[in-house]
Design a protein around this ligand. Structure first.
Ligand code: GLN
Length: 417
């Protein structure tokens, strides 16, 4: 069966790659010789689902340097370790609308505008534990490897070139240092940052790394929790507003996936709760985003309705059925009770629907039994609404609650993943 079906998702990715392959505009990054000599025709895309399946098309094994795609992952490590408040003392979270290497610091506070541009990213790297560049980089590398689920090499040639030509980044670091936001000496922070940019990855790695944000912080292949759910959400939010530099607003309208690009030609994109996508194609547009990577994600989003704010259609009611228990029925209630079969995932709006619809049914005539057997998950925000329910509804004349809960799998009591 599987062989006959093949891999329809891979075919969908391949069809999109074929459609964008003739885009030969743009140019490979040439600020260092190692990037200028990259084979420009390479093109690959991979999609990793939150269930841990990876679909690959094109050049998914081709290695390239991660460059700025590392920034959200290091930001995630920083907020995970230090908390959002501490990180916010060092960096703002506002879109700069400026190029990645802009001198973009808030006039009053001296903080970089956001952690997705170089100034903010260097500050994030400076906050990693350790005193030396090597120690800080070791933490960065170990963290990024957990996102990718494998050991990653460093491209030493790219690193030495970055280090010997990176004076603009050093200048940014000096500015943040003088403003009091850099967490280390300039040379420590920038050398660790240059090594971070020189980590070698492929499109498949980026898909898995992005999917780790999509699951809320758990690598879907290794099943290891890499960062907290809060850190994953905060980072995805920053990618949404700032990930594509001065193209971020336009990108959100056209593609609608939180994403991060790098001058090595990679892009990592996240659809929260669903999947991560990694693309690779080295030629860049004027903003430093991969031309064919952007085109690939745009077409994928359009063809397959992947926009994060896509309208999902009329919601399925969480109330599957309502039945009166008459004498002789064995529906989980006593004679005269009403059994309400609930289903699916219950988030805030489903809880609101259930309680609003059922409130008028709570009376003197018997007990309302809420049957959670077919409910797959009750989100924390919905659970708080349910928690006070049975007691607040009072008791029947015979002492039984007006509302009872039948929850054999304890979805109401289960700890959030
Ligand atoms: N190494 C590059 C730099 O710091 C990374 C920039 C990028 O990928 N946009 O300038």
């Amino acid at each position: 069966m599987a062989a006959a079906l093949g891999d329809p998702v891979r075919h969908a990715l391949e069809a999109v790659l074929d459609a964008v392959r003739d885009r030969t505009d743009g140019a490979v990054a040439d600020y260092i010789p190692e990037l200028a000599k990259v084979e420009p025709e390479q093109l690959g895309a991979a999609l990793a689902s939150t269930h841990g399946v990876v679909h690959e098309a094109g050049d998914c094994d081709a290695e390239f340097t991660i460059q700025s795609v590392s920034k959200p992952f290091v930001f995630a490590l920083a907020v995970d370790a230090l908390g959002l408040d501490e990180v916010r003392r060092h960096v703002d979270l506002e879109p700069s609308g400026e190029p990645f290497n802009a001198i973009s610091l808030d006039e009053a506070s001296g903080r970089p505008r956001n952690p997705m541009i170089n100034a903010g990213a260097i500050v994030m790297t400076s906050l990693m534990p350790g005193d030396t560049a090597d120690e800080k980089f070791a933490v960065v590398l170990a963290g990024i490897e957990r996102f990718a689920g494998r050991d990653l090499p460093v491209n030493e040639e790219v690193y030495s070139s970055e280090a010997s030509t990176g004076d603009r980044n050093r200048a940014l670091a000096y500015l943040t240092r003088s403003a009091g936001t850099l967490g280390a000496a300039v040379e420590v922070a920038t050398l660790a940052y240059f090594r971070q940019c020189s980590i070698s990855v492929n499109a498949r790695d980026l898909a898995i790394m992005a999917a780790t944000f999509a699951t809320g912080g758990v690598n879907p292949l290794t099943r290891e929790r890499v960062i907290s759910e809060d850190a994953a959400r905060w980072t995805t939010a920053v990618m949404t507003s700032c990930g594509m530099y001065d193209e971020s607003g336009d990108w959100m309208v056209r593609v609608g996936l939180p994403a991060k690009s790098g001058v090595g030609g990679g892009i990592a994109a996240v659809q929260p709760g669903q999947f991560g996508i990694g693309t690779f194609s080295p030629r860049l547009d004027a903003r430093g985003n991969s031309v064919r990577g952007v085109a690939t994600l745009e077409l994928l989003s359009e063809r397959h309705g992947l926009h994060m704010l896509q309208h999902h259609g009329a919601p399925l009611s969480p109330i599957a059925s309502l039945s009166r228990v008459e004498a002789g029925d064995a529906d989980g209630g006593s004679d005269g009770d009403t059994v309400v079969a609930l289903r699916g995932e219950i988030l805030f709006s489903e809880a609101e629907e259930i309680l609003t619809r059922l409130a008028p049914l709570v009376g003197d005539r018997g007990c309302l039994v809420l049957d959670f057997t077919a409910v797959t998950r009750v989100a924390a925000g919905a659970r708080t609404i349910f928690s006070a329910l049975p007691d607040t509804m009072g008791r029947l004349a015979d002492g039984r609650s007006r509302v009872a809960v039948h929850d054999p799998d304890q979805v109401l009591g289960a700890a959030e993943r």
